[in-house]
Write a new protein. Sequence first.
Length: 98
Amino acid sequence: MTATSTSNAPSEALPDRSGWIGTMRQLTYALRQFGAECDETGRVLITGQPPATFLGLTGPDAEVIVPADCMCRINGHPASVVGLLRSTSYGLGITVIM
């Protein structure tokens, strides 16, 4: 027996609503452990939507939110920052519902 879809709705992928919340210290430590590429000053190179801090606070203990489309590069290949962070015990994986 074969199952078929009777829906006439177009097939659309749902947006990725995954994210991560933790401290800047946890974020930078984990990305360096994974081997994320850095600039000449040692800052991890981020592409896509960057992490955001609460109320504009800065420093290693500032809480940050990392959105689903935040990316870095490891050995020249793009990598999902949220995907990497969710494989650690740091911070919390979150789902954004709007």
